[in-house]
Design a protein around this ligand. Structure first.
Ligand code: GUN
Ligand code: FE
Length: 383
């Protein structure tokens, strides 16, 4: 079955090295113990290239034709990442991570360094002239950025008409930290908005603890939420009410949040979005008739992502006139039994609920074959 390519709207490429481990701590402790040391090691460009090359390969194998990546604070390693993505032919939106506070001494930047290297990163990536690879202004999250840095990044995003990504209202420990630092400011949304970081090219991960007022602000700004259900089970102290938020008219897409989420598979993310919905629905004091099933999850993982990135005119469906970003799924490659009585909708439902990388036979981005199972694909003319 041929389907539109999957769009992962939240993935930390440098955390790929410890995917499948580090599942035992809450967010703030997890960042200190596992994340910052792993990310810090990617200051070495050769190490970075090894990890980034693996993550591009793994996500393509899983049918992710387009990804919105967080990288690290290191300019040269981030540029190497953008070059690798361009040469492998993946549609990649890449953020040089910004943090001038609350990080270890060997993994922090000054405000000036952060702004200067973000600007150089934007210029370098644009300078590659790739149609597929784009720079993203990336304050890690409010606790790791001073107000001066956030304001400066808002101005840069505006000046360069750049996408923006960050984490918003993710977990109770994160929210408590923001509250203790800015007791007079209402929420993460208020802070990002004051700094000019919320617009229609902004994608905010998680948003589990957004209230109705925050959601209204995001709607008014055209800002999207990247729902990362598997990661939320570990860190978020709650579940995003996805069906309600979609019904309100907020733009929602799906992400894996590797390595907070331990699976790089968007099929897995779709399944977990449905499970998260079922869990909240089953435990809600009043049962609602809101629905989020595999079809909605599939839509969020394709068109949802395209709309979040503002590229729904180019990708997200297999309609004529769009770029051919597609995945060939094959149930027969293993793990999935198909019966004569199965309709094509049954087949798609099975592939989403039971499928894995094993079932991803071929992957194309912008009409070019970028993965074929069992064969090395060489791309000689990066676009
Ligand atoms: N908040 C700040 N940094 C991170 C991160 O790396 N992962 C997640 N899930 N949340 C974050
Ligand atoms: Fe994240």
């Amino acid at each position: 079955m041929l389907v539109p390519g999957f769009i992962d709207t939240h993935i930390h490429a440098p955390q790929y090295s410890y995917t499948g481990t580090a599942t035992d701590l809450p967010l703030m402790d997890w960042l200190q113990k596992y994340t910052f040391p792993a990310e810090s090691s990617l200051r070495d460009v050769e190490t970075a290239k090894r990890v980034y090359s693996s993550v591009i390969d793994r996500t393509l194998r899983n049918g992710t034709t387009c990804a919105l990546y967080f990288a690290t604070i290191h300019l040269q390693s981030c540029i190497a990442f953008a070059e690798l993505a361009a040469s492998r032919g993946q549609r990649a939106y890449i953020g040089k991570v910004c943090m001038d506070s609350l990080a270890p001494a060997d993994y922090i930047e000054s405000t000036e360094e952060s702004l200067e290297s973000t600007e150089r990163f934007i210029q370098s990536v644009r300078g590659l002239g790739s149609e597929l690879v784009h720079p993203v202004v990336t304050p890690r999250f409010i606790p790791s950025c001073s107000m001066e840095l956030l304001n400066g990044l808002g101005a840069l995003a505006d000046r360069y008409d750049c996408h923006v990504q960050s984490h918003i209202s993710e977990s109770l420990d994160e929210i408590a930290m923001v509250k203790s630092r800015y007791p007079h400011l209402k929420s993460d949304t208020t802070i990002f908005d004051t700094c000019g970081l919320l617009h229609d090219k902004t994608i905010m991960a998680h948003g589990v603890h957004l209230d109705d007022e925050d959601l209204r602000t995001l709607r008014q700004r055209g800002t999207s939420i990247s729902h990362c259900p598997l990661s939320n089970f570990f860190f978020a102290d709650g579940v995003l009410p996805t069906a309600k938020i979609v019904a309100l008219g907020n733009k929602v897409a799906l992400g894996t949040d590797v390595a907070g989420g331990y699976s790089p598979s968007m099929l897995n993310s779709m399944r977990n979005a449905v499970i998260a919905h079922q869990v909240t629905r089953n435990f809600a004091p009043i049962k609602s008739d809101e629905l989020l099933d595999w079809r909605h999850a599939f839509h969020l993982a394709t068109m949802g992502g395209a709309k979040a990135l503002g590229i729904e005119g180019q990708v997200g469906t297999l309609e004529a006139g769009k770029s051919f970003d597609a995945v060939l799924l094959d149930a027969a490659r293993g793990g999935i039994d198909v019966w004569d009585s199965d309709s094509s909708m049954h087949l798609l439902e099975k592939l989403i609920n039971l499928g894995s990388e094993v079932n991803v036979a071929m992957v194309w981005v912008k009409g070019r074959l970028v993965h074929k199972q069992g064969e090395a694909v060489l791309i000689d003319d990066p676009v």
